[in-house]
Design a binder for this molecule. Structure first.
Ligand code: SAM
Ligand code: SF4
Length: 335
């Protein structure tokens, strides 16, 4: 680049350091809060970013001050060259060094890949585990694969990922009665459990604020079983955390709806088809795939990143008048 780029700072003073890249919109599960049962409108292959394109965009972001890259999807481990992607991203160099590469995954392919990913430079994994009950897992994900996810979690720990974070979306009448059991399971194995408030990203548009299991309710259930002590300042992290029975184990809650953390949000998203989004709930996208394919130089790509950040809204606006759920389901945006 011709000159030292300014950091990605938006109109509200938020510096963006975290880029979430969706490696694919395909998935091996069909979680009800994320994807339809069938008839998924897959992104056409030619629309998907190739690995050279994806790495180039990530390199531009890193030169602009991005220090963490989280790989997500869909299911990121379904990308055939996922280990190569990790290796190439981990080797990027920014003004303050190499970015940290992390991943959110359903873990089903971790038994075969965890070691290679760790060797390739993946630093952290967050694994979705909404239930410990086989029948609930089958209903919730529409696939009978709880054993596979549990095997993937074990594989992550065996490969040396530490901490292994487990994410559960709390849902009324589905798994809300399991929050204590999930924490017990995590504590017993040395994992870190985090509960996520369900957001209006489901394809059926059935999300209902009143039905949502919120942070207060989750904490009430946990306090009936554990002593919870708040862990200090969370910075830009989405999860607020508590020590469980004086620690060292912790539990986190990501209260995106009842206690939004938009004021400290440092995240940007790149979809698998090369669209930059400043928020999960953004209505606008910046088409960096077309720029790349039309031969834009790095300065032009950097300008597109800056423009996307400049257009970021103060907050997601869930619950406000005029809020409109994004057209894409979560699986196509990249969680
Ligand atoms: N397939 C991977 C997985 O499940 O971990 C990565 C992609 S998934 C979209 C990323 C995260 O988004 C998961 O933790 C999932 O539970 C969460 N998620 C999906 N839909 C959601 C929703 N409607 N509200 C809250 N979290 C959601
Ligand atoms: Fe797949 Fe993850 Fe969405 Fe579940 S939450 S359907 S595992 S992308």
């Amino acid at each position: 680049m011709s000159s030292a780029p300014a950091a990605l700072v938006d109109a509200f003073g938020r510096a963006h350091r975290d880029l979430r890249i969706s490696l694919t919109d395909r998935c091996s599960l069909r979680c009800t809060y994320c994807m339809p049962a069938d008839g998924v409108p897959w992104l056409p292959g030619p629309d998907m970013l190739g690995t050279d394109e994806l790495v180039r965009l990530a390199r531009v972001a890193v030169t602009l001050g991005v220090t963490e890259i989280r790989l997500t999807g869909g299911e990121p481990l379904l990308r055939p060259d996922v280990v190569d992607v990790v290796r190439r991203l981990a080797a990027l160099e920014g003004p303050t060094g190499r970015p940290e590469i992390s991943m959110t995954t359903n873990a089903l392919r971790l038994p075969g890949l965890a070691h290679e990913l760790k060797d390739g430079g993946l630093v952290r994994v967050n694994i979705s585990l909404d239930t410990l009950d086989r029948e609930t897992f089958r209903r919730l994900t529409r696939r009978d694969r709880l054993d596979g996810t549990l095997a993937g979690i074990e594989a992550a720990a065996a490969a040396g990922f530490d901490p292994v974070k487990l994410n559960a979306v709390a849902m009324r009448g589905v798994n809300d009665h399991e929050v204590v059991d999930l924490v017990r399971f995590a504590v017993a194995h040395g994992y870190e459990m985090r509960f996520i408030e369900q957001m209006p990203l489901d394809p059926g548009h059935t999300w209902d604020r009143v039905q949502m299991v919120g942070q207060d309710e989750i904490l009430d259930r946990l306090r009936a079983a554990f002593r919870l002590t708040p862990v200090g300042d969370r910075g830009a992290a989405p999860a607020e955390r508590w020590l469980v029975d004086d620690g060292p184990a912790t539990v986190g809650v990501i209260a995106s709806v009842s206690a939004p953390f938009c004021g400290s949000c440092d995240r940007l998203r790149l979809t698998a088809d090369g669209q930059l989004r400043s928020c999960l709930f953004a209505r606008a996208e910046t088409d960096v795939r077309t720029l790349v394919r039309e031969g834009a130089d790095d300065d032009a790509l950097a300008a597109a990143f800056r423009a996307c950040v400049a257009g970021k809204k103060a907050g997601h606006g869930i619950g406000e008048p005029g809020f409109v759920q994004p057209d894409r389901p979560m699986s196509a945006i990249g969680g």
